[in-house]
Write a protein that binds this ligand. Sequence first.
Ligand SMILES: CC(C)(COP(=O)(O)OP(=O)(O)OC[C@H]1O[C@@H](n2cnc3c(N)ncnc32)[C@H](O)[C@@H]1OP(=O)(O)O)[C@@H](O)C(=O)NCCC(=O)NCCS
Length: 137
Amino acid sequence: MIRKAINSDIKKIYELGLRYDKSFDKHYHLESYIDNDNYLINIYALDNKVIGFIICTKLIDTIEVQLIFIDEDYRNHGYAYELMKSIELDKFRIILEVSVENVPAKGLYDKLGYEIISTRKGYYNGVDALVMEKVIK
Ligand SMILES: CC(C)(COP(=O)(O)OP(=O)(O)OC[C@H]1O[C@@H](n2cnc3c(N)ncnc32)[C@H](O)[C@@H]1OP(=O)(O)O)[C@@H](O)C(=O)NCCC(=O)NCCS
């Protein structure tokens, strides 16, 4: 099931996030995001075990995906797709950035109908980043 993250999920989200980025706990301050309306954090839980999360900022009419992560053992089951759908709020535009080399994530965003709106040349250590957008009616 997908639900909004609560305080007791924070430890597990850090644990998962650190697998993706060794500085995850330096970049994200989950304790201050949980009750902040400018953030949207949803988790995917299976039998009460958190196996993935999505962290977004939410400002006026724009949701920006900061990170979506699924536990390696649970990939390719459609869980990221469902998490991405869970942030599609009516009348918002959703933007995100992805490395051209991140094939799974690019595939995910393509499947969801995101469109490339700009390219940041060499943004990730010489690798291009794509800025993608989906407008929710
Ligand atoms: C990207 C990520 C979140 C995908 O999670 P997932 O749960 O395995 O993805 P899903 O099973 O929901 O896949 C949905 C769609 O994404 C695409 N996709 C997923 N994995 C893919 C892969 N390895 N190669 C190509 N496309 C892929 C496919 O279109 C897939 O649909 P399909 O199964 O009908 O082909 C996961 O690989 C991950 O956590 N990666 C590390 C973190 C990351 O890179 N996050 C994105 C940067 S912010």
